[in-house]
Design a protein around this ligand. Structure first.
Ligand code: PEP
Ligand code: MN
Length: 263
């Protein structure tokens, strides 16, 4: 079902007034984690002003250490909903386990499946039975084939609205957090009709490289970007080093508007 041969026309996914998969690239931005009302509302306002299309923010966080901040949970979702009310931006947040799926779906416009859950087949099937778009991030060490098979789990349960997200893979390189595999963009375009966006924040792990890789992703034909931004990255409870400040984000958006290649 994910294959081009099955569905030659590119899939476009509508979320409110936003269309993902064309005609124009969309930018999803927001903090790694929702931390407080002030933080998310301030960020949402800037994302909106800079031309972002959707607001992101983690409420249930998949942290490598059990002792790290695990997210605000439902409180975080409520704050996201409040930010949506204030700005009109649709919101996206990660769902980590089947128990919380209904709760997350109640608040968000797009369900995010994180890299660590790309092969959580039980969860994939459950989101496949939801009537809500799903952003499926590529697994830490997943091949493109495995990733498309995970999309297939969602599609085969009846949910046609899957957006793929390249977020970097594990390689021997350690200077960057991950290696952003931009090969995946033309490869997915060739193999599938599903939209693909790129997350240069997790792909690089360093805010300084985010703008260059955002341009590269759009040049490669990505349908959009997902970028982490924070009003005070040095105080962020997660992923501060890869988060753009609000002013860096807005400067990047101006650059991207001038840069946007024709598809
Ligand atoms: C995130 O988007 O904050 C996140 C945890 O991403 P990933 O699943 O790609 O690591
Ligand atoms: Mn993050």
């Amino acid at each position: 079902l994910a294959g081009r041969s099955f569905h030659p026309e590119p899939t476009r996914i509508r979320v409110g007034d936003v269309s993902i998969g064309g005609p124009d690239p969309v930018v999803i931005a927001g903090p790694c984690s929702v931390e407080s009302e002030e933080q998310i509302l301030e960020t949402a306002r800037s994302v909106k002003d800079a031309g972002g299309a959707l607001l992101r923010g983690g409420a249930f966080k998949p942290r490598s250490s059990p002792y790290s901040f695990q997210g605000l949970g439902e409180e975080g979702l409520k704050l996201l909903a409040k930010a949506r009310e204030m700005t009109g931006l649709p919101v996206i947040s990660e769902v980590m386990d089947p128990e919380n799926l209904d709760r997350v779906a109640e608040y968000v416009d797009i369900l995010q499946m994180g890299a660590r859950n790309m092969q959580n087949f039980h969860l994939l099937k459950k989101v496949g039975r939801m009537n809500k778009p799903v952003l499926l991030k590529r697994g830490l060490s997943a091949t493109i084939e495995e990733w498309l098979m995970s999309a297939e789990y969602i599609l085969s349960e009846g949910n046609p609205n899957v957006i793929l997200c390249e977020r970097g893979i594990r390689t021997f390189e350690t200077h960057t957090r991950n290696t952003l595999d931009l090969n995946a963009v033309p490869a997915v375009k060739h193999l599938s009709h599903l939209p693909i966006i790129v997350d240069p924040s997790h792909g690089t792990g360093k805010w300084r490289y985010v703008e260059a890789m955002s341009k590269a992703a759009l040049a490669a034909g990505a349908d959009g970007l997902m970028v982490e931004v924070h009003p005070r990255p040095e105080e962020a409870v997660s992923d501060g080093p890869q988060s753009l400040t609000l002013s860096n984000f807005s400067a990047m958006m101006e650059e991207l508007a001038a840069f946007r290649p024709r598809k």
